[in-house]
Design a protein around this ligand. Structure first.
Ligand SMILES: CC(C)(COP(=O)(O)OP(=O)(O)OC[C@H]1O[C@@H](n2cnc3c(N)ncnc32)[C@H](O)[C@@H]1OP(=O)(O)O)[C@@H](O)C(=O)NCCC(=O)NCCS
Length: 188
């Protein structure tokens, strides 16, 4: 549905579930992703959750699978929509660890930012990341996110407390950096 330089973002399919199940049961991916402590997930529960959501019909909000040359490597999306302030939260997980550090993450985030600002008319996109997740922070910075705040020793992760860092990017910051690259104001 959306195409970056290296990734395609598309809706998820039922036959993606075994791959997603493997991602969700990979300890390193779970720890890096933050949020809840790692917990096993059965394929049956994942299927049941998916079926329940799918039974509602309609569209999938802003949840995408990340595909590289026809292979699903992760998923990403926007959530926590605030319709008054026009803000939303971004989340991403490349579940195939062999694909980390190859630029796919930042490409997917750039595509998601364009989706958020250009197609969904958000004004600001924000996210939380663990301070020790340097790979993620570097990728977000490369996409124009700046650190906005830090909750000290706020999360328990992998046997230690860690800071939770909030990062954000405003529409005009995105437009300026995209214009620098592309030569014209993409919001324009
Ligand atoms: C975070 C994530 C989306 C980033 O995507 P990615 O494709 O791996 O990242 P990129 O290749 O675009 O950029 C990685 C950056 O980290 C650097 N990096 C690579 N390996 C690293 C490592 N082991 N430690 C620190 N930095 C590292 C790279 O050099 C690059 O930075 P640079 O461009 O300044 O040199 C992806 O790694 C991922 O999904 N990880 C697991 C889940 C997760 O952490 N989700 C985010 C939760 S907030």
């Amino acid at each position: 549905m959306l195409t970056g330089e290296r990734v395609v973002l598309r809706g998820l399919r039922r036959d993606d579930l075994p791959t997603i199940w493997a991602f969700n049961n990979d300890l390193a991916v779970e720890l890096a992703g933050g949020g809840d402590p790692p917990m096993p997930q059965s394929l049956e529960r994942l299927q049941a959750d998916t079926d329940r959501e799918a039974a509602k019909g309609g569209r999938d909000g802003a949840t995408f699978g990340i595909e590289v040359e026809g292979t699903l490597i992760g998923f990403c999306g926007l959530h926590n929509f605030n319709d008054t302030a026009r803000t939303c939260e971004l989340g991403i997980a490349i579940g195939d660890r062999t694909r980390w550090g190859h630029g796919y993450g930042r490409d997917a985030v750039r595509v998601l930012l364009e989706y958020a600002f250009r197609y969904r008319n958000f004004r600001k996109v924000w996210l939380w990341v663990h301070a020790k997740n340097e790979r993620a922070i570097r990728a977000y910075r490369a996409c124009g996110f700046v650190e906005e705040g830090r909750f000290r020793q706020h999360v328990w992760s992998d046997g230690a407390y860690d800071d939770a860092v909030q990062m954000g990017i405003l529409r005009e910051e995105w437009a300026a950096s995209a214009a620098e690259k592309g030569g014209e104001d993409p919001s324009g």
